[in-house]
Design a protein around this ligand. Structure first.
Ligand SMILES: [Cu+2]
Length: 469
């Protein structure tokens, strides 16, 4: 066997000659490429009001410059970026070449959950295809969304495996930027041979965090931007469980949108914290040459309550390289087309849900019950507005996600800053609560709400909702 054939195995010199440490756990997975220029995933855009795409989910993608057994759509992780406009029809033929069932969720899109729409109850068997048809309403907000599988029980494994992609709705305001980029952040753990590691029981309890944090499938890519230029970065937290408290050294982050919804005006923030599922659109405007790091800072999601803190260490996601003479930056627009959050609307009903663990912390559920797709947990009259109080009865934070119907966060027990705009994921603090206003407009049908720590969702922290006329 020659060196080339040995591939990625580790090599150590010893008194007895060369010792191969193939596959030993401490050999680990090492990125072959780190710091390369950030690549955009392939873009598939709509024409004449239609976009038809074929997405094949299968194992075998390049990650961090290495061939791996990780999962992808059409041979890449992330999959292609889908670009549509309000009023478009998006048809997706999803082909499942995995060894287990899968399906597709268009995270954040305000589309029908019925039939072959954004239906989380569908089960696409291995070796079969399914035709989705997503009708984007004409009034749909322009913004940053994403797609990933949502087959209950396998969501965490399939996302950790690499199945995710960007979904952009165009038609927003022209921001004064030179580049519009997507940064889909995912994490995974690979063994030395490029296989995706299986998490242990405690990892599932905490919510697994991958050792390898990737941006568009790349390890610590570099992003070039000359002083005086501006870039829009659409950052998605596509991690199974990892919080991303983001900071860009030497810069403020000019936040323009959160969860696909524009803020009323750009907000200059030192730090933007994204829970799993959250998205932030920020404008980055270097004024001087330098090397700056986009960092996810240390975070603490509480503890499992059965021995085990839920923390993550700081990690560098990407590097901003700015070269050239210092130059001033163009101002951002003073106002953005934020939706009216409907503050005048009185909620017709007050509702409370509790995200919790039972049986000594070994089971996950909502209101003490594990997910049952056959059971109707909450029924809503179409066109009404509800005020929900969602509580975590555990010493752990849980990111709450509702499909199809976005909410406005009215208050949180930890006093986190409020966006005032519609969002679809909000972090419920450990033993804390959030209060949400949810207008159930635009769509009827049956869908789900759940914890976006996807190990918790797979373990049962999900419930059904039915919106009917
Ligand atoms: Cu959770």
């Amino acid at each position: 066997m020659g060196l080339a054939a040995a591939g990625a195995v580790g090599v150590a010199g010893g008194a007895a000659g060369w010792v191969w440490s193939a596959g030993s756990p401490d050999a680990g997975f090492r990125p072959a490429v780190s710091g390369a220029p950030l690549r955009d995933p392939e873009v598939l855009g709509s024409r004449g009001g239609r976009l038809h795409v074929e997405l094949t989910a299968a194992a075998g993608v390049r990650l961090a410059g290495r061939d791996t057994a990780a999962l992808g759509f059409n041979g890449t992780s992330p999959g292609p970026t889908l670009r549509v406009r309000p009023g478009d029809e998006l048809s997706v033929r999803l082909t499942n070449r995995l060894k287990q069932p899968t399906n597709l969720h268009t995270h954040g899109l305000r589309v029908s959950p019925q039939g072959n729409g954004d239906n989380p109850f569908l089960r696409i068997e291995p070796g079969t295809s399914f035709d989705y048809l997503l009708r984007i309403p004409p009034g749909h907000p322009a913004g940053t969304f994403w797609y990933h599988p949502h087959h209950h029980g396998m969501v965490a494994d399939q996302l950790f495996g690499g199945l995710a992609g960007m979904l952009l709705v165009d038609g927003g305001p022209d921001l004064p930027v030179d580049r519009d980029r997507v940064l889909l952040v995912t994490d995974t753990t690979m063994d030395a041979g490029g296989g995706v590691a299986q998490p242990g029981r405690m990892d599932r309890m905490r919510g697994r965090q991958g050792e390898l944090v990737l941006v568009n499938g790349q390890h610590q890519p570099s992003i070039s931007a000359a002083p005086g230029t501006a870039q829009r970065w659409r950052i998605v937290n596509g991690c199974v469980s990892r919080m991303l408290p983001l900071r860009l050294t030497g810069h403020a982050l000019d936040l323009v949108a959160l969860d696909g919804a524009f803020l009323p005006a750009p907000a200059s923030r030192d730090r933007v914290a994204l829970a799993p599922g959250n998205r932030a659109d920020v404008v980055v405007r270097p004024t001087a040459a330098g090397r700056f790091e986009l960092v996810s800072e240390a975070s603490d999601r509480g503890s499992t309550g059965v021995g085990g803190d839920v923390r993550s260490e700081p990690v560098v996601l990407a590097t901003l390289l700015s070269a050239g003479p210092a130059a001033p930056v163009a101002p951002l627009p003073a106002a953005l087309p934020a939706e009216n959050p409907g503050s005048a609307t009185e909620a017709q009903r007050q509702v409370a849900f509790t995200m919790g663990m039972g049986m000594g912390g070994m089971t996950f559920g909502i209101d003490g019950r594990a997910f049952d797709p056959e059971r109707d947990d909450h029924s809503v009259l179409f066109g009404t507005t509800e005020e929900w109080t969602v509580t975590s009865s555990t010493p752990m934070a849980h990111p709450f996600h509702l499909h199809v119907w976005p909410f406005v966060v009215l208050a949180t027990s930890d006093g986190a800053p409020l966006s005032g705009t519609p969002q679809d994921v909000v972090l419920v603090p450990p033993r804390g609560w959030v209060r949400l206003r949810i207008p159930f407009t635009a769509h009827t049908g049956r869908s789900v709400f759940h914890c976006h720590i996807l190990d918790h969702e797979d373990a049962g922290m999900m419930a059904t909702i039915q919106v009917r006329r």
